[in-house]
Design a binder for this molecule. Sequence first.
Ligand code: NAP
Length: 236
Amino acid sequence: MKTALITGGSRGIGAATARRFAKEGFRVIINYNNSEARAKALAAETGGIAIRADVGSPEQVAAMAEKITAEHGALDVIVNNAGIAHFGLLTDMSEAEWQNLVNINLGGAFRVTKGLIRPMIAAGRGCVINISSMWGQVGASCEAAYSASKAGLIGLTKALAKELGPSGIRVNCIAPGVIDTEMNARLDSETLAELKDETPLGVIGSPEDVADAAYFLYENGFVTGQVIGVNGGFVI
Ligand code: NAP
């Protein structure tokens, strides 16, 4: 049975991605940090496994990687999806807030991939999918750290695609537009309507739209180092 790890799989895009891979016959490992009940319910629903680790913590990620490798060997898919947002002026952002966001959004993908990639290299196959954002492509006002972390994921994706391609491992990136999840719950209805207006397709995306793109990136064996926009035409 093929195995996929989805970080931040307890809610939103990660949960939809776990459901999608489970539907395709994968054993899904659902990483979570705070949402234990939801991760466990999703594991029960999908026949998967829930595992807690804060991707911002090197120790917790190392322990998770060790447990996963001992129990499941080389993974087939890693989806680095866990992420947080921060909205505010750069001048109001503290050093600690910057470090925390970059550590989770970018550092998390680094240490989860590093922790699990050796058995995949030995197996000579696998697929890493990083969930970036269209703001990593074009930048968002009042989201400097978030945009920088997501741009960093694009650089990480391209570098690793070159480094790991000869080992048979593909590394790609999805840059979602505005997706209907709890991450956007802070947006008032006026802002959401504006974002919809700015989206050529005139709708907000669903977590399933992103999950479908993730499955495509797994299935297509000749795509690597790419950034796939799932954004309704917002950024072209
Ligand atoms: P969400 O609904 O807020 O869910 C975030 C997920 O990340 C949760 O499962 C959460 O787990 C997990 N997470 C957060 N910090 C974590 C940590 N330190 N360690 C482990 N897991 C952690 O967000 P979403 O909209 O689904 O976003 C998923 C990804 O897509 C993020 O990387 C986000 O930046 C990106 N994205 C979202 C949008 C959008 O419009 N929604 C657009 C572009 C990109 P717990 O609840 O268990 O803590």
